[in-house]
Design a protein around this ligand. Sequence first.
Ligand code: BTN
Length: 261
Amino acid sequence: MGTGENSLSSASISNDLGTRFVGQRVICHPRLASTMEMARQEARLGAVEGTVVVAGEQTGGRGRMGRVWLSPQGNISLSIILYPDLAHLPSLIMLASLAVVHAIEAVSGLKAQIGWPNDVLIGGKKVCGILVESNVRGGTVAHAVIGIGMNVNLRAADFPEISSIATSLSDEVGGEVSLAGMIRQLLVDIERLYLDLQAGGSVYQEWRDSLVTLGKKVVANSSGISYEGIAESVGEDGGLLLRCSDGSLIKVIAADVTLHG
Ligand code: BTN
C-alpha cells in the first residue's frame, strides 16, 4: 500500500513498536469502504484491544455529522478498537486529538492546534479529522472505535472541494512524510495517554490548552440551528460553553464550529 518506499504493511507498523497492546495487531487493506465499518465488525467478533484497521485508501470515508471524508492514497486512514470504562469515553476524543498534535510535532516538527472538538489544524487549516464511535450497552462500553484521517502526502490544491480549508503535512513541510513513521508515533502516544487515563490521569487540561477556539467569536451549527457567540470555556465532558450576544450561556455538545471573521 502506498507507493515505493512509503508503502504500508501490518509489519511496517507493528514490528518493534514497543507498545503493550495498541498496534500489536494491525489489519492492513489497500482499499476499504471505511475502516470504521471493518473495526466495528472486528470489535463485535471480540478483537483484541488495540487492534488497528488501516486502509491505503477509503472509498466511503465517513466524517463527523454524516459528512463524506476524502481518503485518497497517501493519507492516513485508520481505526483503533478500544474497550474503555464508560467514565473514560468522553476523554477519547481529547486523547486522540492530543496524540495527533504530539505525533505531528514529533515527526514533522510542525506546530498543530485543535479546533473544538477534535479538528487538528496547522495554521488554521485542517490537517486531520477524528471520529469516535462507541457502542454502549447497559452502562458498559461494548466497544469504542477511534477513527483518524490525516492528510499526509496530499496536495490540497489538487482537491478543490477542500483546498481552501485544508492542508497536508507534505504541503507544510514541502516533501514526503513517512506514513508508517507517523502511524507508529501516533499509536505509541495513544497508548501512553490511554494508560495514563486508566491510571487516574487526565487529558482535559492539555486538550483545553491546545484549543484554538477558546476566547474567539464563533458560529456553532448544531442540528440545523446556528448559535453565535464567544467560545468561553469547555467542560471536562468536552462540551463547549458559548456566551451568546444576549448574555446567555449555552452548552454545545455536538456541533460544527467555525471561527467568525
Ligand atoms: C471529521 O469529520 O473531521 C472526522 C473524519 C474522520 C475520518 C476517519 S478516516 C479513518 C476513519 N474511517 C472513516 O470512514 N472515517 C474515519
